[in-house]
Write a protein that binds this ligand. Structure first.
Ligand code: COA
Length: 326
């Protein structure tokens, strides 16, 4: 039994933060940001918006696309590293907002790979027959956890949410073909928000040192991302007995256009077959893959019969992929 993606949805906050805006905030340039990352602009949530609000909007559009009522949902999973609260879960708030009264709900944290992890978990519930209608959402308001005086990170990240609805596939071939998850906790310090958890609660010193914001050894993470994603591509092809030319579309995590291009080269895939949103969204962590997927589906680029590879890499360090026969 395969899990079928019955509908996709996404939501982006209205406010746009351009590279030109950032030039006025830190010592950077549009040329540096564009050439090193491919990012031109990113979205920033309104002051009264939190992750559950973005998630709810993305969920509504995915449910509409799938033709499924919120009241019929069995489970809601929200992948986020920027939850509304430490507890209750963001998924629980989405359940309330949608009036999905029947649905169990929980959050999942696997940083930028969160959507791939959440999709994998949802897939298991469908495969075992435990649940039949599952909403998998990834939502981030990263702008609340960024130091806008740190040029190493503030140019990279943005806010947004994406969602899919999973149901059992009626056509045996269509649906999630395979999923692949990895974590290497020995490299957890490379990408981290040190304060705000039980190890270092937010206090005056933490705030003064901005330890509640994202810290990243960007160039080290970059190198490992390219290497691990290349290995992952080999694994997905080998496990499924496929060749590079069998993959029709790549929907990568949108962290850096240079990383995306390296993975595309590995797949021998022309850039027309790679879904790129990093220029307009920046890095929205877990939300980036479902945001890009929704854009590609709604614009008619991805169609039934396409073999689609979703992949992501991020804090943890985590990385993972899902192969979907659309
Ligand atoms: N504007 C101008 N200069 C900047 C800058 C900015 N916004 N940010 C960093 N620099 C400078 C650095 O200070 C450094 O200067 P120095 O050589 O004088 O010390 C120089 O640019 C090169 O820095 P480096 O970090 O080596 O650049 P890079 O080519 O690796 O690009 C990233 C930096 C962050 C764009 C890139 O490393 C990256 O995308 N990393 C991976 C991100 C990722 O995949 N994360 C995982 C998912 S979240």
């Amino acid at each position: 039994m395969r899990s079928f993606i019955a509908g996709t949805g996404s939501y982006l906050p209205e406010r746009i933060l351009t590279n030109a805006d950032l030039v006025g905030m830190v010592d950077t340039s549009d040329e540096w940001i564009t050439s090193r990352t491919g990012i031109r602009e990113r979205r920033i949530a309104a002051p009264d918006q939190a992750s559950s609000d973005l998630a709810t909007e993305a969920a509504k559009s995915a449910l509409k696309a799938a033709g499924i009522e919120a009241g019929d949902l069995d489970l809601i999973i929200v992948a986020t590293l920027t939850p509304d609260y430490m507890f209750p879960s963001t998924a629980g708030l989405v359940q309330r907002n949608l009036k999905a009264t029947k649905a169990a709900a929980f959050d999942l944290e696997a940083a930028c790979t969160g959507f791939i992890y959440a999709l994998t978990v949802g897939d298991q519930f469908i495969k075992t027959g435990k649940y039949g209608k599952i909403l998998v959402i990834a939502s981030e308001v990263l702008s609340r956890f960024i130091d806008y005086e740190d040029r190493n990170t503030c140019v990279l990240f943005g806010d947004g949410a994406g969602a899919v609805v999973l149901v059992p596939s009626e056509d045996g071939d269509r649906g999630i073909v395979s999923t692949h998850l990895y974590n290497d906790g020995s490299m957890s310090d490379l990408l981290i928000a040190p304060a705000g958890g039980s190890r270092m609660p937010v206090d005056e010193e933490a705030i003064a040192k901005r330890l509640n914001t994202v810290k990243m050894r960007g160039n080290v993470v970059f190198r490992i991302a390219v290497e691990k994603l290349s290995e992952l591509v080999d694994e997905v092809l080998e496990v499924n007995g496929l060749k590079e030319e069998d993959i029709n579309f790549l929907v990568p995590h949108q962290a850096n256009l240079r990383i995306i291009k390296a993975t595309a080269r590995k797949l021998k895939l022309p850039m027309e077959r790679v879904i790129v949103t990093v220029d307009r969204h920046g890095n929205t962590s877990a939300a980036s893959v479902p945001l890009a997927l929704d854009e590609a589906v709604r614009s008619g680029r991805i169609n039934p019969g396409d073999m689609v590879l979703l992949e992501a890499f991020g804090g943890g360090l985590t990385w993972g992929a899902a192969l979907v026969n659309w």
